[in-house]
Design a protein around this ligand. Sequence first.
Ligand SMILES: NC(=O)c1ccc[n+]([C@@H]2O[C@H](COP(=O)([O-])OP(=O)(O)OC[C@H]3O[C@@H](n4cnc5c(N)ncnc54)[C@H](OP(=O)(O)O)[C@@H]3O)[C@@H](O)[C@H]2O)c1
Length: 275
Amino acid sequence: MPARHCAGCPPSSSRQRHGCRPVPASGVIARLFKPSSAITFGFYAPPHTVCQFIGMGPRVSRIFVIGAAGKIGRALVQQAAARGHRVSAMHRSAEQSADLSALDAQPVQGDLLQLQPDALGTLMQDHDVVVFTAGAGGKGGPAMTDAIDGRGLELSVAAAVQAQVPRFLLVSAFPEAGRGKHLSDTFENYMAVKKAADVHLASSSLDWVILRPGTLTDAAGTGRVHAGLAIAYGEVPRADVAAALVALVEQPQVRRRIIELTGGRTPVFEALHQF
Ligand SMILES: NC(=O)c1ccc[n+]([C@@H]2O[C@H](COP(=O)([O-])OP(=O)(O)OC[C@H]3O[C@@H](n4cnc5c(N)ncnc54)[C@H](OP(=O)(O)O)[C@@H]3O)[C@@H](O)[C@H]2O)c1
């Protein structure tokens, strides 16, 4: 099994200060004393537990996820809750509620086609960050893409402003998606709506980050990505997109950036730390 560092530790010097070391993916060895000291403690703990225990972990954030029952949404909910964040998981149907509770999230039922900004703003109150990863997924044709990826995003931005949630992370799409292929009208419309949503969020008063992943896959997460302001197109597992969103939640200094994301070689936290 490949070795890795505690996923929650900032890179390099602070990681050494924490005492986190490369360990098997099954856990983290935290050494609270230098190897040279007379007494050395070593023990296993779930990722980042030790760093949080000694007060060096990320600040706990209250995250409101829109599209929480989707594929990225579920991975995000699971990873964020596992790292101690408090997650409100907005979903459409009542049947999704139990699954989201089982991931240690607070399920919140809500439909972007039904909610008014006031009502959604009320649901968002007392959160630190909204993550929008909802989308029509091509179902319902251009009209549904307009309604969910487009107007649903605008509704969510208005609600976040009203609820005074300072930060907003949007899962968008790479502008190159579909380049070189014969695009259907539905896909062409999808790309136009995604870009218009980016424009809308970027012109808001919020502390936004727009994440543009390449083609999403259901492959297992690698914990490594390539992130940049402009990078070559590629694929990326949804689990790694979720990890990138968690890394962004934990790095509030990253703001007002459009970040492109594909699979890569850099540990996720480090890849997002550069911005
Ligand atoms: N496919 C790609 O290669 C690709 C590439 C880049 C970016 N993206 C974008 O990445 C995002 C997430 O992708 P994904 O694979 O996680 O998608 P997904 O599994 O289809 O999840 C989308 C979620 O949005 C929810 N949703 C749809 N309509 C809604 C409404 N009216 N109110 C509230 N929630 C609603 C869906 O709810 P239900 O569970 O009830 O259906 C679903 O849970 C999408 O915005 C997509 O456009 C995709």
